[in-house]
Design a protein around this ligand. Structure first.
Ligand SMILES: Cc1cc2nc3c(=O)[nH]c(=O)nc-3n(C[C@H](O)[C@H](O)[C@H](O)COP(=O)(O)OP(=O)(O)OC[C@H]3O[C@@H](n4cnc5c(N)ncnc54)[C@H](O)[C@@H]3O)c2cc1C
Length: 483
């Protein structure tokens, strides 16, 4: 059974160790840095109980993202579910529970990959998926090592225990110590999956571990970044950051005990990396992310259109062209989702169901990381200084002296001051605020750094076919016709 928003919020009051501004946070559902976003996530859970949305969001009583797709139609149905939740936050909550739900379904599609010569994590992988799906839990994840020194392997940093590693085996499990980045949404999660998606060095066996534990596990600490929600004045002044600040946290394991049944890979460099790439986990994550990205571009383009109408510039030829360019970006983002579905692949000859096509899914990262900053730039150019020439607070409109001044000078034909200020404050929150800056960094890096995914694209992105086509052209003629 899927949970209600009320049940979800209750699950967060579990004694978890969250730190913000030098203080331990007692209850994220009540704290001014987190409560509105927790409520926004709770509303996602409630949508599954709304009769209009239940058939879209669930399958067999669980959220659709947890189902292992068996056909093209299942992929389309899963995307329709992703779209409902993405639209509920206008694409600004990236790591909603459906993101890693798809990852867990990917592990369960190919549990055999977790069985190696030295450790059998297949039961843990299946159990992780079952537990999360049946409990309708919110899985966050930290699968990148802290930056520290990117030229050194995890085991060769200047101190031990900087990157999460196994420090002991105890009765019934292991003890882990060290840090991981970046736990987006982790303060709102129920479990956190800790692992490594990028290749580790052969000498990093102690760091080659993947496990999933409750956020409230003793010794597990989340050190939160600045809260944009806490800095927000009101929904009118900061409509996105006040409600959709999913937060990012440093995860620290201070001698955390992990029972074996929660350990998916153990001291195995290959298995720890392979579990993301050779199961459909990464392809499933990208399916959610690409759907959300498409939705976010739809929203931003809609904002651009409203701004040009408010400024009465929308019929100017250059403005029409700019809007056309933005709509072209939206179509590109949509096309990546539909094409990944249409080029679906069978997993393990169909025994593991199907997954979105790898070529298109991998390429989506290249497209999205480059397109997002361009789209933001394009809209800022359309909006001009109106994004800045705004009263400090919406409440100024209600002030007896200021209100009439603002109404007189901050307006446009057919758009009264209150509507104009409301629109442009929303636009600034999306495009220029600190929250917006974090979103630009998110879209560029959440799927890895370019120096990782661009070479991967070169190896896996269909280079041989491109090269062969160009070579076939060269092979079709010679010097004989040169005279
Ligand atoms: C807002 C946000 C949210 C995130 N959320 C999550 C999350 O929920 N879970 C999670 O696990 N991760 C998350 N990530 C982390 C993400 O996985 C990492 O940012 C990503 O893996 C890239 O690693 P990095 O940021 O350490 O960049 P680095 O690998 O340090 O790269 C940064 C830059 O350094 C240079 N560089 C570094 N190494 C090399 C090299 N070997 N060769 C050439 N150039 C190099 C390049 O210029 C590169 O662009 C998030 C990131 C952001 C920004």
């Amino acid at each position: 059974m899927t949970r209600s928003g009320h049940d979800y919020l209750a699950s967060l009051r579990d004694g978890r160790e969250i730190w913000l501004d030098g203080e331990r946070v007692g209850d994220v559902t009540a704290h001014p840095a987190f409560r509105n976003t927790a409520a926004s996530i709770a509303r996602l859970y409630d949508l599954a109980h709304d009769s209009g949305h239940t058939p879209v969001l669930t399958q067999g009583g669980v959220h659709r993202a947890y189902a292992i797709p068996r056909s093209y139609e299942d992929l389309v149905a899963r995307r329709e579910a992703y779209k409902v939740w993405a639209e509920a936050s206008f694409g600004f909550l990236g790591r909603t529970p459906d993101y890693m739900a798809g990852g867990a379904a990917g592990f369960a599609a190919l549990p055999g990959l977790f069985t190696t010569g030295t450790y059998d994590g297949s039961a843990a992988a299946l159990d992780c998926h079952r537990r999360l799906a049946e409990g309708d839990l919110y899985p966050a994840f930290t699968i990148a090592n802290p930056q520290i020194d990117r030229t050194r392997a995890a085991s060769e940093q200047e101190e031990d225990d900087l990157v999460v590693r196994v420090v002991a085996e105890k009765d019934g499990g292991i003890v882990v110590r060290g840090a991981k980045m970046i736990g987006t949404g982790a303060v709102f999660g129920n479990e956190v999956i800790v692992g490594t998606i990028e290749p580790l060095a052969p000498q990093d066996a102690d760091h080659a571990v993947c496990f999933s534990v409750p956020v409230a596990t003793p010794g597990l600490k989340l050190v939160s970044r600045t809260s944009y929600e806490a800095a927000a004045r009101s929904a009118f002044d900061n409509p996105l950051s006040s409600r959709f600040d999913e937060n990012d946290a440093l995860l620290v394991c201070d001698d955390v005990f992990v029972p074996w049944e929660r350990v998916l890979t153990y001291r195995d460099v290959d298995a720890t990396c392979r579990m993301w790439w050779q199961t459909p986990a990464f392809l499933n994550l990208t399916h959610q992310a690409a759907t959300r990205f498409w939705t976010k571009l739809e929203f931003l383009t809609g904002l651009a259109i409203l701004i040009t109408r408010a400024n009465n510039t929308h019929e100017l030829p250059q403005v029409t062209q700019a809007v056309g360019r933005l709509l072209g970006f939206v179509a590109q983002a949509k096309a990546f989702v539909l094409a990944a579905e249409a080029s679906y692949e069978e997993v393990d000859g169909g025994r593991g169901g199907v997954a979105p096509g790898q070529d298109i899914s991998y390429a989506q990262r290249v497209m999205a990381g480059e397109l997002y900053p361009r789209a933001v730039q394009e809209i800022k150019l359309l909006a001009g200084g109106g994004l800045i020439q705004l009263p400090a607070a919406g409440a100024d409109l209600l002030h007896p002296e200021l209100g009439p001044l603002i109404r007189k000078y901050v307006r446009s034909p057919g758009t009264p001051a209150e509507e104009r200020v409301k629109l442009l404050k929303l636009a600034w929150d999306a495009l220029g605020s600190e929250f917006a800056g974090r979103h630009e960094q998110y879209e560029r890096f959440y799927h890895g750094a370019p120096h990782v995914y661009l070479p991967q694209q070169t190896w896996a992105g269909g280079a041989p076919a491109c090269e062969a086509l160009a070579q076939s052209c060269l092979d079709g003629y010679g010097l004989e016709g040169a005279r």
